[in-house]
Ligand binder design. Structure first.
Ligand SMILES: *Cc1c(COP(=O)(O)O)cnc(C)c1O
Length: 351
């Protein structure tokens, strides 16, 4: 194994607990495990928390199928708009569909359960408020399929930009009031759960994603969340480097002193952003080393004054000083992109 992602189950459970402590009594959790559980391994992650969450949410219907084929029995909500060729999967695998446009009512197979998605400020997927009466008509004319829930999604729960959570919530409440009261209602992503505890965003259930994996959704730190992954590899080769000798493509880095170059078999195809080449810290034998030269497709190198043994374990992430947030900041992106960028082929170990 060139590299391994080790997921600490106790840390995942602690994150789920941190979320639950913020919930009103009786509010259900719908754990968001889209995109390979944010890089943590869809089936493994879901299996780890299946007894501690009520629902799972995925984007792609195939992700729901994969969960079912691996023994997950919790209700599963699929966010994407169902396409004609995939609609049989919803009933076949007992997955809850999302209806977010008028054609959605006609495409679903008899017996499919669905939640309605209303857009209230995100302009991604969802009905517009002006379609409410047509939606109500379709709901009653299509008794072959069953509406069991209604939801919306916040554009700015992590900050306070133009369309605030309060604005979207007011829009949603006005829509919600026109639908049967028994529909399961949910709006809150991690940002809404963690940063908007003062507002009535929780309804019947919440949809935490990034916080489950231990990261704050915005710049405001959440002290009771913790990163759950170690990303480790090993030294594949160690070689002497003399003063002035160049390392990696472009010979962009040259040794300013004598020492050793350790080669680690992880590269940009595994998910290290190439742009931070020359600026990554890694850990081996408890010490921090500086990665040097350009990141290559399958390898990176680091400099060490003293030789280290071939086979020595190398940490790219360690849940303490080496966390994915640092790479996100260095590359001007969000932690979501760093963790979902870890190649899915990376073996996962749950301990
Ligand atoms: C991704 C997603 C979530 C989870 O968002 P986080 O910011 O990761 O908590 C919730 N709801 C919907 C519709 C999503 O697409």
């Amino acid at each position: 194994m060139r590299s391994t992602l080790t997921i600490h189950k106790a840390a995942v459970e602690a994150n789920l607990k941190a979320i639950k402590t913020r919930l009103n009594k009786g509010v259900k959790t719908m754990a968001v495990v889209k995109s390979n559980a944010y890089g943590h391994g869809l089936v493994e992650f879901a299996t780890c928390i299946k007894d501690k969450t009520d629902w799972f949410c995925v984007v792609r219907v195939e992700e729901g199928v994969q969960l079912r084929e691996n023994g997950i029995q919790n209700p599963i909500l699929v966010f994407e708009i169902p396409t004609a060729e995939r609609v049989p999967l919803y009933t076949q695998y007992n997955l809850t569909a999302t209806v977010a446009d008028i054609s959605g009512f006609d495409v679903l197979k008899d017996g499919t359960e669905y939640h309605l998605n209303f857009g209230t400020g995100m302009k991604r997927l969802g009905f517009d408020a002006s379609e409410t009466s047509s939606v109500l008509e379709k709901m009653s004319s299509h008794s072959n399929i069953k509406c069991t829930g209604i939801y919306t999604h916040y554009a700015n729960s992590d900050s306070n930009f133009d369309i605030s959570v309060a604005t979207q919530l007011a829009r949603f409440n006005a829509i919600r009031a026109q639908f049967p009261s028994e529909l399961m209602t949910h709006t809150a992503n991690s940002g809404a759960i963690l940063y908007h505890t003062d507002k009535a965003v929780q309804f019947d259930a919440v949809r935490p994603g990034i916080s489950l994996y231990g990261y704050a959704p915005g710049v405001v730190e959440i002290p009771d969340l913790q990163s759950v992954i170690d990303w480790t590899s090993y030294i594949m080769q160690i070689q002497k480097v003399s003063l002035g000798e160049a390392v990696s493509y472009g010979s962009a880095w040259k040794a300013s002193e004598e020492g050793w170059i350790a080669t680690v078999p992880v590269g940009y195809s595994d998910g290290i952003p190439r742009v931070i080449g020359g600026d990554i810290a890694v850990m081996a034998n408890g010490a921090i080393f500086k990665q040097v030269g350009r990141i290559t497709m399958d390898y990176f190198m680091f400099f060490t004054k003293q030789p280290l043994a071939v086979g020595t374990e190398v940490y790219l992430f360690n849940r303490e000083e080496l966390i994915p947030d640092i790479w996100a900041e260095q590359t001007g992106t969000i932690t979501y992109e760093i963790i979902t960028g870890i190649n899915a082929r990376t073996p996962k170990r749950y301990i």
